[in-house]
Each structure stands twice: as structure tokens, then as C-alpha cells.
Design a protein around this ligand. Structure first.
Ligand code: ADQ
Length: 460
């Protein structure tokens, strides 16, 4: 890759982030930017009384990060408001939770325009610009308004709902029109791509031509491409890392505490899209319907709270506290608690160690763009005795991992039966399913995803 790359996302990982601390995506972006040279631009994570015009620049060789602070009003309207109380629920099909506040939309546009002004001053004429996620949909249009003619790509990490749901947003046309200012729009799955094309054809009279594994679109007086580019993980790194976790103190403590009981594990941000109440219900159903599992299996659910500034997140937290309490109250024994519910983060290595100990990985979001935890669970397994993955059909990952036990997360009894099947699955079958899944993961690493998207963006 010869062009310099400029990555733009809401949050920017610190440039000195250690390999173990950073998420897979952050590691991949930093490594790739080091190779090609480039900038990672976004919000600093700081909310300040008067943000001013400062851009915080950190440079290490050919790699730089550039961040800007947000004022309190902008933070509320842009981040807590339009991004996380409007677009996040809407894109996860939760129209019932969507906040339709026009003032928040104005704040969202204001912050995108501000980001564009600050970013424009850092750009060279040949830079490839790659914008990430739902926080920054208008950024392409704002950059074009400032005369930026570079190639600009956009990738949506969340799902995209069907046209009828998108159209509930009062400013849906204005928002979706922003996509036309990018040269390439990437989504996680073929289904998301078809939904986006369906919206563009139905609401914007787009002319669509299916070719080269995607669609060339003419809409809103512009031409652009829409393609599916499923994200992956660095499977080799997770495999190596998970294999060396037995001596980590928390992993050892977990193993000892289980004695000869089987572990079922869930790891999610505490978010209503992740289907956690249904998951707890399914586990309770398993204990009720199959009493042989009592005192024989434990569910450990790790769910660090996120987005505390959005009301729905305090609500889902309360719901889960109550539910976990009920299930534990009903089934716990003097030496056994059925659900270990932990509202905290762990280092990635420790997480991989937990995943490796689990006979069943339980990944049952009601809706998810991809879901990297499902992949990390598989890559963490010991090859000679791998566990089984129970995976929601509504996670993008289900479209790439048909060898998981695919479930409907709303069907509590069905999920309980799938957990039972996973617990009972013979070693031979577990190995076959795992090996086929790992072939998929190894052939689509996060690095390959990154390079492929940029090559498509550069290629015209
Ligand atoms: P998320 O909704 O955050 O991502 P996911 O894909 O599972 O969901 O990624 C979460 C990442 O955070 C994983 O790498 C996981 O290991 C890590 N993580 C989760 N809980 C943790 C904890 N307690 N401690 C430490 N690390 C933890 C969004 C979309 C997804 C899409 C990704 C990437 O919602 O659908 O797959 O982006 O595109």
C-alpha cells in the first residue's frame, strides 16, 4: 500500500497501547497505520467546559493520533443523544427505544462538521480516508463541503435495519444521503448490504448495478459502491495468547472454583442488544427442565457497564441485577451459585483464559453487526478438547459460522435445548465443528479485512 491512510472513528486507541491491553481492532489499525504511515483521528474521550480549537497530536515515526475534545452540550447531543439514543437502537431494530429528538440531530451534525474542519487541516492530497461507524455518517459530506476530493470510505460496524424501520427516523433521507458522499460504503454482511440497497432503491430511486461482489449505486446525484466486508479477528494471536493463560491468577481461581463442574461463558458489553435477560431466562429454563444440571454447570456472565449517560443502560442493568438475583435465589446451593454475574472488565488475556475454560460459549444477541466474542471464544479453545459455541442467528457472525449451534435468542426453551446439546456434544463432533469454524476465522483475519477494504477503496 503506497497511500498514507487516515482512519477516523469516534474513539482513538492510545498510540502506545500494549498488544494485550488493546482490542483486536485497535491493534490492527495501529499496526497497519505504522506500516502505511498515517493518522488516526477522533474524539479524545474528554468532555470539557470550553473545548476550543485544539487538536491533540501525538506522533511516533510515521504514525500519529489526532484528537479533539467535546463540550458538554455536544457530548450530550452527539454521543449520548443522536449516536447512542437514536442511531444505536434504530440500527439494532429497537424502534421502541429510539429517541427522536431534532436538537440531538443538530448536535450530531455540528460535531461532524467540527471534526471535518479539524481533520481537513491534517490531510494530504493522496491520503486514503477511512471513516468508521454510525457516529460519523455525515463526515464524508462535511469533508466534501470543504473541498476535500480524496477517496473516502465508510464502514458500518452495526447492522442495518430494513427500509421500513429506517424510515421511522424523521431525517432518514437526509442522513442516508450522507452515504453518497463516500466512494465506498462497507457493511458487515451480505444481508446488511441487501438491506442498504433496498433502502436506496425504495427511498432514493437509486440505480443499482450488481457487479464485482457488490453494488455500484447512483443516487442523490452521486455514484458510490456498497460492499459487504465482514470483520474478523487475529485468530493466531488469540490462539497463542489463550494457550498461555493457565497461570493467570484469575483464570486459575476460576478453574479451582469450578471443581469438576462445567462452565458456560458469556462476555458482552452491558447493552440491551446483547439479549442478556433472555439468556438468563434460558439458563434458568435449563436448570428447571433438566435438573441434572443443577450443581453441575455454572454460567459466568461478564458484562461491564457502558454508556452510563443513556437512560436505557441503567434500566437494563437494573433488570439484570434483579433477574440474576432471582435465578440464584431459586437454584443456589450451599456450595454452588448458578450465575456468576460480573459487571467489570478484564485484560484480554484473562478473558481468553476464561473463554478457554468454558465448555459452552453463549453468544445470543438479539441483533449484532458481527460479534467478535463468538470468534474469540472459538480461537481460545484447546484444539484437543474444544467447547461448543451457541450463537444467535441475529449476529452477523452466524452467517460465517454455520458450524456453531445456531439459535433464536427470543426462543428461551430453544436456547436451553441448544445449551443442553452443547454440553452433551461428543468430543469428535466438537472437534469437527471447531476445525471447520477455525478455517473460516483463519482465512479472514482482521488484518486481511483492513487491507481488503483499503485496497477496494484505493482501487477506484
Ligand atoms: P461490540 O458491540 O462492542 O462491537 P463485539 O463484536 O463482541 O461487540 O466486540 C467486543 C470486544 O470487546 C471483543 O473483542 C471483546 O473481547 C471485548 N470485550 C467485551 N467485554 C469485555 C470485558 N469485560 N473486558 C475486556 N474486553 C471485553 C461492535 C459491534 C459488533 C462488531 C464489532 C466490530 O456491535 O457487532 O462485531 O463492533 O465490528
Amino acid at each position: 500500500m503506497t497511500n498514507r491512510t487516515v482512519v477516523v472513528s469516534n474513539r482513538v486507541a492510545p498510540i502506545d497501547e500494549g498488544r494485550t491491553a488493546a482490542g483486536g481492532l485497535a491493534v490492527a489499525v495501529l499496526a497497519a497505520l505504522r506500516r502505511s504511515g498515517g493518522i488516526w483521528f477522533g474524539w479524545s474521550g474528554e468532555v470539557v467546559a470550553s473545548p476550543g480549537e485544539t487538536v491533540h497530536l501525538t506522533e511516533r515515526g510515521r504514525l500519529a493520533t489526532a484528537t479533539v475534545d467535546l463540550g458538554e452540550d455536544d457530548y450530550e447531543a452527539y454521543y449520548n443523544g443522536f449516536a447512542n439514543a437514536t442511531l444505536w437502537p434504530l440500527f439494532h431494530y429497537r424502534v421502541d427505544l429510539v429517541d427522536f429528538d431534532r436538537a440531538n440531530y443538530a448536535g450530531y451534525r455540528r460535531v461532524n462538521a467540527h471534526f471535518a474542519r479539524k481533520l481537513a487541516g491534517l490531510l494530504g492530497p493522496d491520503d486514503l480516508i477511512w471513516v468508521h461507524d454510525y457516529h460519523l455518517i455525515p463526515l464524508g459530506e462535511e469533508l466534501r463541503r470543504l473541498g476535500i476530493g480524496n477517496r473516502i470510505g465508510f464502514f458500518l460496524h452495526t447492522p442495518l435495519p430494513p427500509r421500513e424501520l429506517l424510515a421511522t427516523l424523521p431525517m432518514h433521507r437526509e442522513l442516508m444521503r450522507c452515504l453518497a458522499f463516500f466512494d465506498l460504503v462497507g457493511v458487515q454482511t451480505e444481508r446488511d448490504r441487501v438491506r442498504l440497497c433496498g433502502y436506496l432503491a425504495g427511498e432514493a430511486d437509486a440505480l443499482l448495478e450488481e457487479r464485482d461482489g457488490g453494488a455500484s449505486v447512483r443516487a442523490f446525484g452521486r455514484e458510490f459502491r456498497v460492499e459487504a466486508h465482514p470483520i474478523g479477528i487475529d485468530a493466531a494471536h488469540v490462539e497463542r495468547s489463550a494457550a498461555g493463560t493457565a497461570n493467570i491468577r484469575d483464570v486459575e481461581r476460576l478453574r479451582v472454583s469450578l471443581a469438576d463442574r462445567r462452565l458456560i461463558v458469556g462476555v458482552d458489553r452491558l447493552d440491551y442488544s446483547k439479549g442478556l435477560p433472555q439468556r438468563f431466562d434460558a439458563f434458568a429454563h435449563l436448570l428447571r427442565a433438566r435438573p441434572g444440571n443443577r450443581n453441575r454447570v455454572s454460567l459466568m456472565q461478564i458484562a461491564p457497564p457502558t454508556r452510563g449517560g443513556v437512560a436505557e443502560y441503567s434500566e437494563i442493568r437494573r433488570t439484570l441485577d434483579t433477574l440474576a438475583g432471582h435465578v440464584n435465589g431459586e437454584f443456589a446451593d450451599v456450595d454452588w451459585v448458578p450465575i456468576r454475574y460480573l459487571n467489570r472488565s478484564f485484560s484480554r488475556r484473562t478473558l481468553f483464559g476464561f473463554l478457554r475454560l468454558a465448555r459452552v460459549g453463549l453468544v445470543t444477541p438479539l441483533r449484532d453487526g458481527m460479534n467478535l466474542v463468538a470468534m474469540e471464544y472459538l480461537a481460545s479453545q484447546p484444539p484437543d478438547d474444544p467447547g461448543a459455541l451457541v450463537l444467535s442467528r441475529f449476529a452477523g457472525a452466524a452467517q460465517y459460522l454455520p458450524d456453531a449451534l445456531i439459535v433464536n435468542p427470543y426462543d428461551v426453551e430453544g436456547v436451553a435445548e441448544a445449551i443442553q446439546a452443547a454440553l452433551a456434544m461428543p468430543l469428535g463432533e466438537r472437534r469437527e465443528r471447531w476445525e471447520r469454524s477455525m478455517r473460516v476465522l483463519r482465512s479472514n483475519s482482521v488484518e486481511a479485512w483492513y487491507e481488503r477494504f483499503l485496497a477496494r477503496l484505493a482501487g477506484g
